[in-house]
Design a protein around this ligand. Structure first.
Ligand SMILES: *[C@@H]1O[C@H](CO)[C@@H](O)[C@H](O)[C@H]1NC(C)=O
Length: 208
């Protein structure tokens, strides 16, 4: 029993002394789909710049590529692309020198006439999800929305809101504007409510 307690103490002390080294990736415009030839800016928002956060991406051409590899203009831990192209489609994330990673963002760049604007980050259970279907020139045309290949409904002004999302709303969405075209599909993920575990209070509970 004494030995077990000592091991727990060592284990919890190591957790407590672990530095919280985090970054989150943001993208502007904040959309998982984009039309080609538009400017895009990606940024690692970090709480400790000394950790040396680098923006990386995986595309079909190259994995773990850095901003300078893909012709972006890098400024600190941000990267600006002046004309995004379909070959820039892929998954983007920030990585520290020690290998810690941020959230990752999937970006689809299309040369087609329609995009679906969906959230780049997972939607929390119970929140509202708004999807916008647009052409380059107009964002209020009637649009049909699809999930996992099945038609949901037509919205007269091009945007669809799902209230109080649940896990079952997670899936692959796309939209269609008749006589213009269809968007690429994008995955929308739904996460449960955030649970934070306080090591300090559990420490106190075990040892008092
Ligand atoms: C990027 O590609 C590497 C090598 O294939 C893989 O190990 C890694 O999981 C990928 N990262 C993401 C965020 O998909």
């Amino acid at each position: 029993m004494e030995d077990t307690s000592l091991l727990w103490l060592l284990f919890l002390t190591s957790l407590l002394s672990c530095p919280t080294n985090q970054a989150s990736l943001t993208v502007s415009p904040s959309s998982s789909q984009m039309f080609k030839e538009q400017p895009v800016s990606l940024s690692c928002e970090e709480d400790d710049s000394s950790a040396g956060w680098t923006l990386r991406r995986n595309t079909t051409r190259k994995t773990r590529a850095e901003c300078k590899d893909w012709g972006g203009i890098s400024a600190g831990s941000s990267c600006n692309i002046s004309y995004i192209s379909p070959s820039d489609s892929g998954v983007y994330w920030c990585e520290s020198r020690e290998g810690a990673t941020s959230n990752s963002i999937n970006i689809t760049v299309t040369g087609g006439p329609v995009i679906l604007q969906s959230p780049v980050l997972p939607v929390m259970e119970g929140e509202d999800l708004t999807l916008l279907c647009k052409t380059k020139w107009s964002s209020n045309l009637p649009a049909g929305f699809y999930k996992d290949g099945s038609f949901i409904r037509t919205e007269p002004a091009g945007h669809m809101t799902i209230h109080h999302v649940s896990r079952s709303d997670e899936g692959l969405y796309k939209c269609l504007i008749s006589s213009v075209g269809e968007s690429p599909p994008s995955w929308v993920s739904v996460t449960g409510e955030e649970v934070t575990f306080d090591f300090r209070s559990s420490f106190i509970q075990i040892f008092t």
